[in-house]
Ligand binder design. Structure first.
Ligand code: AMP
Length: 293
């Protein structure tokens, strides 16, 4: 595996791969790899001849008071893990190269970024879309892989690719979880033992919501569901709801009732310090007969 620190070297290598007819797959990350990241890399390995992983803690997607300065980083550790996952090129640029003095352009995806994480992190998705657009232009991949754990991010990237005519295919990868159900995240490393235990309220909420939907069938009012989930979270020590919403999986607009296309997304703050997100589809069983028939 090659470690590349400059845009010039990156473009040189990927241009050669393209001219040899290689299929290039990209996995954008902020590093501190866990099995979630590694699964995305393995998926890329299965679909591309050359796998590029970017490791860049993108400053413009962090808001004021967020964890930019404390975000975990260990390049040697991540290099070893990426190498084992069969990555061909790890691109770890400096912030000054990605955003040189005078940088002033932004990509903004309007509607999809209004709710969910966008509501409490107003500049976040603009920062994500901008850096991902830059990565697509630098790497020129045939395909790129994003995790469904960051479901809104995946939707935003798909929309950007359609709207700006990027010539690549986007793949989503299912959420990878710890054995007890906690969605893997680099931010889990911030949790102490007790907080780690309490963080299970996210997965517990998801299980509860799925059971409630299965029992209730169609026309379950969303507020009934979200009130219960909020109660589960807010009664867990140290945990506070940032949001719990049921939205359409494509438009991300809030639903009044749980529908066939519904998903639940949630963000939880633990001890006002660590913010974790999770989501799930809330599939109504096909066999359920709507109550107006
Ligand atoms: P990050 O380094 O947190 O920016 O994540 C890089 C990529 O890995 C994003 O596409 C994330 O959605 C994805 N990812 C992170 N955690 C998980 C997980 N537990 N399961 C699946 N994908 C994940």
């Amino acid at each position: 595996m090659k470690l590349v620190r400059t845009i010039d070297e990156l473009t040189h290598i990927v241009k050669a791969w393209r001219s040899e007819g290689k299929i290039i797959g990209l996995v954008p990350t902020m590093g501190w790899f866990h099995q979630g990241h590694l699964s995305l890399m393995e998926m890329a390995r299965g679909r591309a001849d050359k796998v590029v992983v970017s490791l860049f803690i993108n400053p413009i997607q962090f808001g004021l008071g967020e964890d930019l300065s404390t975000y975990p980083y260990d390049l040697d550790r991540d290099m070893q893990l990426a190498e084992k996952a069969g990555v061909d090129l790890l691109f770890a640029p400096a912030a000054e190269d990605i955003y040189p003095v005078g940088f002033q352009t932004a990509v903004s995806v309007k509607n999809l970024t209004q709710g969910l994480c966008g509501a409490s992190r107003p500049d976040h998705f603009g920062g994500v879309a901008t850096v991902v657009a830059k990565l697509f232009n630098m790497v020129q991949p045939h395909l790129a892989i994003f995790g469904e754990k960051d479901y809104q991010q995946l939707a935003v990237i798909r929309q950007m690719v359609r709207d700006l005519n990027f010539n690549l295919e986007i793949f989503g990868h299912p959420i990878v979880r710890e054995s007890d159900g906690l969605a893997m995240s680099s931010r889990n490393s911030y949790l102490n033992k007790e907080e780690r235990r309490h963080a299970l309220c996210l997965h517990r909420s998801i299980q509860y919501a799925k059971e409630m939907v299965e029992k209730a069938g169609p026309k379950l009012p969303v507020v009934k569901l979200t009130d219960e989930v909020k109660r589960i979270i807010n009664t867990t020590p140290g945990c506070a709801v940032d949001y719990v919403e049921v939205v359409d999986k494509d438009t991300l607009l809030p639903s009044e009732y749980v529908e066939k296309n519904s998903m639940m997304a949630l963000a939880v703050k633990i001890n006002d310090r660590v913010r974790l997100i999770d989501n799930t589809r809330l599939d109504l069983k096909e066999s359920v007969v709507p109550d107006n028939k």
